[in-house]
Design a protein around this ligand. Sequence first.
Ligand SMILES: Cc1ncc(COP(=O)(O)O)c(C=O)c1O
Length: 382
Amino acid sequence: MAYKEPWSKKHKRVTGGLQHSFSNSFSEPLNIQELIQYSLARGDDKLVRAYNQHSLDYTPNGGSLDLREEVASFYGAKINAENILIFAGGQVALQTAAYAVLDKDSHSIAFTPGYQSVQQAPEHASSETTKIKLHAENQWQIDPLDVEKAIRSNTRYIVLNEPYNPTGMIMKPDVQQSLIAIARKHNITILCDEAYRLLEHNKNDRLPAMADAYENGISACAISKPWGGCGITIGWLALQDLDLKQKLVDIQYFGTACPSRASEIQAIMTLRASDTILAKNLEIIENNLQLLDQFMDTYSDYFDWVRPIASSVAFVRFKGPLSSDELGVQLAKDGISIKPTYCFIDDVTEYCDYFRIGFGEKAMPARLDALTRFVEKHKANW
Ligand SMILES: Cc1ncc(COP(=O)(O)O)c(C=O)c1O
């Protein structure tokens, strides 16, 4: 693909180094002391020793067995350690999957607005990509009929992101079933970026992982979002199809095939403490959402949203006279960073009022106070 500036680079130029980073997409960041404490508290001294004494030799291509076993335990019976491939972060996993499935003669289906790497990985792999637009009026849901209509004889790949960044919504279970039925009929691989899975606000809304639900499905995940381990830089793919897995391994061979052992052990520490970490992070999210509810009620003349039901992100619409791009510039003057629509779509026309906020961190209330002061200062002009 010809070089194109990443969408969020502009956002970084406008908002880099601001005091109130209201656009962060992750849960409260972990730190290594916390991970060590969780390990010791459950008597896992061996893991702490492994961390302190690990060799700096290469790790096995595609990740060490102990981490792959730990990851596999988050999936159903058809996913074992051999069905897991570890990457140096979620983005690399997305790109490697697209390269393994696609070529210049193939066609893919993606959804927009959405996380840039999810939408553009197929294009980077030279595949012609149809981007289906999703809408707030439809609760940001995918319509399987739109997908059926977009299929061509050379369609090889449908790439989803559920729970869905930037909206914090989840597709309905029957929609997931319909998509799998369509893909099965046409022999299409579905990759679902599940970077926010396990961060459903009500766990009854959790969808089956794509790797469990579909024999040609791939689940992509990373330690970054639900657990707040962005700096661990570990992501993975889970899939049943071992032939496709071999292609992934071959492509990964040319990238970072051997993850850092320190990162792997940090990821194991995180996953073994998953229940504790997720409970803590969901509590922060719940408290922050209550504050956001109050804000959205108070300022309903200026903002609306489809209230998120998962993740730590929401897509908010500004009803005032500025586009989200212009609003972002104004907010930056007051030290507040949001992510305008241009971070999530090529052609912003239809969505120019939307921006993403994040509410996964303990610092969110201070950010919301800053936003409230901004609104009070400007609302008379809106
Ligand atoms: C939906 C989604 N997928 C993947 C990633 C990338 O994950 P990582 O930071 O582990 O590369 C992100 C990060 O923002 C994301 O929001």
